[in-house]
Design a protein around this ligand. Structure first.
Ligand code: NAP
Length: 242
């Protein structure tokens, strides 16, 4: 579906981002992926044998200079950026009463400012190409709010407003921008939940299970591809019917 296209995926080393990277290369895309840590050896091995090209950039999404470096790596290697997936994200949960300024700033910088950083950095490239698909990872918390996640929910709601605005600003140049709002997905981010809490959550989900990273990667593949050529400014909720 995206054969020969060039995708830049932030936070592509683990969880949802990694599933997106694997899905995209399986569908023929060349990839630049970022993360703060090293590229995991097993992912490196998978990427080496996949038949498309890849680059890994150690970059902190909260830093504008790192975003520019990642985009430059993409341009130097492939000459274009067809797809940007702003996926990197963190949580620093806690009730507002106990939430520190640092916990607010960290989450807003990594989750929301990063989306600004990367979108700014690819904008000129996509404008020249007169095409592009930008996919921003929001959350159901950004739509409905969640006790103990005021910082996280604010960052994810901000991503929705940002995505809809960018869709309106860049639509005339054939650049699409959409958000995905995952529900509870089995990754390191949710690994700390007890079995009891998981069971409670599963009961509130129509499909009676937590999501898998691949469930989100499938939505990202659709939004990245020309199958979604007339879809922009949308929030695709992928939560098993919570
Ligand atoms: P995860 O398993 O914790 O993985 C997070 C990824 O983001 C890792 O690759 C990590 O790389 C990267 N990352 C974190 N901080 C970064 C930074 N400052 N700069 C660059 N990369 C950074 O999380 P996940 O569950 O896959 O979540 C992915 C996205 O989906 C997030 O935006 C999250 O908010 C959203 N989401 C998740 C769920 C869920 O239930 N899991 C639900 C709704 C939305 P390093 O390890 O190298 O730092």
């Amino acid at each position: 579906m995206i054969s020969g296209k060039v995708a830049l995926v932030t936070g592509g080393t683990r969880g949802i981002g990694r599933a997106i990277v694997e899905k995209f290369v399986a569908n023929g895309a060349h990839i630049v992926l970022t993360g703060r840590s090293e590229l995991p050896a097993d992912l490196e091995e998978k990427l080496r044998v996949c038949g498309t090209e890849y680059r890994f950039v150690k970059a902190d999404s909260a830093l504008a200079a790192d975003a520019e470096m990642a985009v430059k790596t993409c341009i130097d290697a492939f000459g274009r950026v067809d797809i940007l997936v702003n996926n990197a994200g963190i949580t620093r949960d806690g009730l507002l009463m106990r939430m520190s300024e640092a916990a607010w700033d960290d989450v807003l910088n990594v989750n929301l400012k990063s989306v600004f950083n990367y979108t700014k950095a690819v904008q000129g490239v996509m404008l020249r190409q007169r095409c592009g698909s930008i996919i921003n990872m929001s959350s159901v918390s950004g739509i409905g709010g969640n006790a103990g996640q005021a910082n996280y929910a604010a960052s994810k709601a901000g991503i929705i407003g940002f995505s809809k605005s960018v869709a309106k600003e860049l639509g005339s140049r054939n650049i699409r921008c959409n958000a995905i709002a995952p529900g509870f997905i089995e990754t390191d981010m949710t690994a700390g939940l007890s079995a009891e809490v998981r069971e409670q959550i599963a009961k509130t989900i129509a499909l009676k299970r937590m999501g898998r990273p691949e469930d989100i990667a499938n939505v990202a593949l659709f939004l990245a591809s020309d199958m979604a050529a007339y879809v922009t400014g949308q929030v695709v909720v992928c939560d098993g019917g919570m």
